[in-house]
Design a protein around this ligand. Sequence first.
Ligand SMILES: Cc1ncc(COP(=O)(O)O)c(C=O)c1O
Length: 342
Amino acid sequence: MALSADELFAALEEIPRVPLAHLPTPLEEVPAFSAALGGRIRVFIKRDDCTGLLLGGNKARHNEFLMGDALDQDCDRVVWGAKVQSNNCRQTAAACAKLGLPCYLYLSRAGLSTEPQGNLLLDYLVGAHVEFTDAKIGPELDSYLLARADEFRKEGHNPYVWDRDRVVPRAALSYVDCMAEIADDLASEELEAAAIYVSSAGGTGAGVALGVQLLGLSAKVRLICPMAWPWDIPEALARDANAAAELLGVPQRLKPSDFDADKSYIAPGYGLPSKAGQEALHLLARTEAILLDPVYSAKAMAALIADVRADKYPPGSILVFIHTGGTPAIFADPAGVLGTGS
Ligand SMILES: Cc1ncc(COP(=O)(O)O)c(C=O)c1O
């Protein structure tokens, strides 16, 4: 049986959480953007680029539950890592600064510039301890982080570490919360979404899909993968969504086949801008003055644009785009954003 948004908000209140994000974020219609796409479809953007916490993004929501978990376990530091221009690390460093927790970031440089720009500049500004590593993002960096956490334990510390199995289901809970906000807003306008678009191959998408199922919404969830992990993504998404459902104490479960994880917008590669993404980024900036980022949200918006142009939805349909942020990345790669790079 479906739960109401209020029932979901109440279930989420039972889980350790610290307030960090500006919530609820607005659900904004973007009529000039819709008009530029032919005007047959109404597009709404869930403004999670406006979650606050050092320039916004989905990790402000994630961190409410992750830092809640860290404080619940009396952790005395946070051990995190991803690529040099990681939005995840920037917002985790910001959360740590607010909570007075030392933050140790291990950033995979693997051929990337370590110039203090974009997200990296902000990591330094909020006082994170930054070290670069050549470990590749994925299983190699994950093991590296677990080993660093073990070293801290040997020194008598209690670190909260990026441990996928623990962290991703808790991150997913925050996107169940986001879906309850969206459902509330749509219901108050008596609107029904045909589809929800979001850039994700992890906790965000697991939470959105679980939220849609728990709320009994008919919307199709289009997860546009920013990267291809070396594991089966729908399988991992189902596992994480089900672990989140267990934390929430609800009986519903998802199968890998319930996830539409579209990998066709990754090219030319994770972290690299695409032509279709650049077009999406420019169109939204020029019609609505909303900034997408070239690595995540621009590629998801490119998928929405392609689907509208391919007439996948009947006229008058409502599409919701969850804007997961990533804004600082545009300053780290101006040539990629402007389309003047190689
Ligand atoms: C801006 C942005 N959008 C989307 C994502 C994907 O989120 P998830 O890892 O929860 O799938 C990320 C991840 O770092 C991100 O930084």
